[in-house]
Design a protein around this ligand. Structure first.
Ligand code: SF4
Ligand code: ZN
Ligand code: ZN
Length: 333
């Protein structure tokens, strides 16, 4: 804190320690934390994320985003009869996840939140390290015409599919009504830009649909931190003395996402508020799109859900994406 910082804009009592990049107002740490919590509260209410009695499964990794999410939801939800249950998914990434697990467990215990640990190995039969090793082996061994799209996937593509599946299975086992994940504004905008750059208009237009149950075996997912910028997540953790895991995953992020991530940071630095504009524009577009075709979309979706022929989990094709991946990596080749 420098001596020259003015008094807090909100309470007009305490000395300010930081400023909101969005409007340049100086705030003390309490008012800053309240402001961040209020953004989450507003998102939760506007997007009708939770019912009063929901059992909310919080995906907790021990990283900054999920740790902050659990802390804020704990503050918001204590006024309701809802319940928070923390779930950590161990992907099986050597020298990385095992450091985060005890931090996640401690964070849940500190708030007296029930904690459960599940792993890729137990739920899908393989650790992410085994999956990545096998895909690299096949990439080297197979002739180019047999290198299908699945074989060429990077670690994050495998990780994303299996984590979604693992979280859904875990949430069902725990009788969860919703799954809340720690995706922040930067993550959400990166995904919008990536879908745009890859020309994936289906994913782009699907946007952030309300948490409806599209299939009885799917637990709806919500992202309560979607309007909080990464910078503000870090500051919230700092001002609230939250301990989190800072090590980067050794697989880091896939190449294109990394470029988009750096671009998003740069553009936000130069023109504060840009990430919000991207997210809000996309929200409006997908709202208008799904709003104009809701009935058709829902009917179609209801018709096109299958139970995967291999694992019996709900899927949009006869064999779910995860089983297609495992089949290609471990059986067909
Ligand atoms: S960086 Fe990629 S592989 Fe590592 S945890 Fe994240 S999504 Fe999974
Ligand atoms: Zn203040
Ligand atoms: Zn399957």
């Amino acid at each position: 804190m420098t001596k020259n910082l003015p008094e807090c804009y909100t309470c007009k009592k305490k000395p300010a320690v930081t400023y909101r990049r969005i409007d340049g107002r100086y705030l003390c740490k309490e008012c800053f934390s309240k402001w961040v919590s209020s953004i989450v509260r507003k998102t939760v209410s506007q997007k009708k994320m939770f019912e009063r009695n929901d059992r909310i499964i919080v995906g907790l990794s021990g990283g900054k985003d999920s740790t902050v999410l659990l802390d804020i939801l704990h503050k918001i939800e204590r006024k309701y009869p809802s319940e928070l249950i923390a779930v950590c998914i161990d992907e099986g990434i050597a020298n990385y996840r095992e450091d985060g697990l005890p931090i996640a467990e401690k964070a849940a215990k500190k708030l007296d939140v029930e904690f459960h640990l599940f792993s890729f190995k137990e739920l899908i039969g393989y650790s992410l390290d085994e999956i990545v090793e096998r895909s690299r082996e096949l990439q080297e061994k197979l002739p180019s015409k047999r290198k299908t799209k699945i074989i060429k996937h990077g670690p994050c593509s495998f990780c994303g599919v299996f984590r979604r599946k693992a979280l859904n299975i875990a949430a069902r086992k725990l009788n969860g009504d919703k799954v809340a994940t720690g995706h922040n504004l930067n993550d959400v905008t990166q995904t919008i830009l990536l879908n745009l750059l890859r020309g994936d208009s289906n994913k782009l237009l699907r946007g952030d649909l309300p948490p409806e149950k599209t299939h009885e075996l799917f637990v709806p997912r919500v992202k309560p931190l979607q309007a909080v910028a990464e910078r503000d997540v870090v500051l919230y953790a700092f001002y609230n003395n939250l301990t989190y895991h800072t090590t980067e995953c050794p697989y880091a992020v896939e190449a294109m996402r990394l470029d988009v991530r750096n671009f998003a940071i740069e553009i936000e630095e130069k023109y504060p508020g840009t990430l919000n504009c991207i997210k809000n524009s996309m929200d409006t577009i997908s709202h208008k799109w799904t709003g104009s075709s809701t009935e058709i979309t829902n009917k179609d979706e209801a018709k096109t859900y299958y139970l995967c022929e291999i694992c019996s989990e709900p899927a949009s094709s006869k064999v779910c994406k995860g089983c297609q991946m495992l089949d290609t990596l471990f059986k067909k080749n």
